[in-house]
Design a protein around this ligand. Sequence first.
Ligand code: UFG
Length: 330
Amino acid sequence: MKLMVVGGAGYIGSHTVRQLLAAGHEAVVLDNLSSGHAQALPEGVPLVQADLLDPAGVKAALEAHQPDAVIHFAALIEVGESMRAPGRYYRNNVVGSLNLLQAIVETRKVPLVFSSTAAVYGTTDAVPIPEDAPLHPESVYGETKLMTENMIHAFHVAHGLPYIVLRYFNVCGAAPGGDIGEAHPNKTHLIELACLTALGQREKMMIFGDDYPTPDGTCIRDYVHVQDLADAHVLAVEALQRGQANAATYNVGLGHGFSVREVLDAVDAVTGKPLTREVAPRRAGDPPRLVAGARRIVDELGFQPQFTDLQEIVRTAWEWHRKHPHGFGQ
Ligand code: UFG
């Protein structure tokens, strides 16, 4: 198949492009490069530098490249920033996605796989969280993802657009080999920060709260390796092509979690440099435990995560950061 990967120069998008090629598919990337990196793309993959806020440009790209399906990653992703700059988030994530949907139904009406997030669930007592749990996003970021899920479904009902929504838990790690990886302009993710701290770029790691109702008092998250997540997208587009799983929503996670302390212990073990840690107050909006109900995608799409060992996951992230201490800048 030929896939148009929107946001394909970003962290998850670039790993997905690789896994698509490895599975024998063809990819063309559409990205505005606001946070993505052209260097993250394999040689020979065409890059259309266009913005979803330019509907004519998006339509022209679809008409020029005639993809068999679209995978949509392009979004602003920072929870904290979304609360300070909601307009940017609604415009980029919701209006941008609307332009993409409109362009798809006006051109080829090809299937769509959409990047959503566990943030659509908000704080919940459910452990693990099933896909049919109530949806109460607590951030503007989560709200923009839920609004987009709802728009996609409306286009499915009205225009017959086939789709799959994937709701990611905590994405981490890097492709083995360490040549592509996480390189966000603002660093907030635990494993990335811990690796950069181990490299001496920061003095210490803050643990945001150690008084949560969890065994060691720190928050528990479901850490899914980016290459496994990329494989989930390959499975999703292939299912839609076969006419399966149309209008389905899947969590993507391992189905079990690790605490902040367990993650930091794994980073210490992998890097051999024990991190200085300091307990800080809780971070606003952090639920104690977020773990995916992860059976549906295993049962229906045959998803088989390869990276289930925390140290193995951290080792891939460490390899990337060690080889590229300043991301794609060097
Ligand atoms: N944490 C620290 N210290 C740090 C950074 C993080 O203690 O320096 C803690 C956080 O408080 C949290 C855990 O580590 O308990 C993980 O934090 P991340 O920032 O790495 O990830 P989040 O769980 O906040 O969010 C991520 C994505 C969201 C997504 C969510 C779903 O960024 O988009 O996972 O589980 F919605």
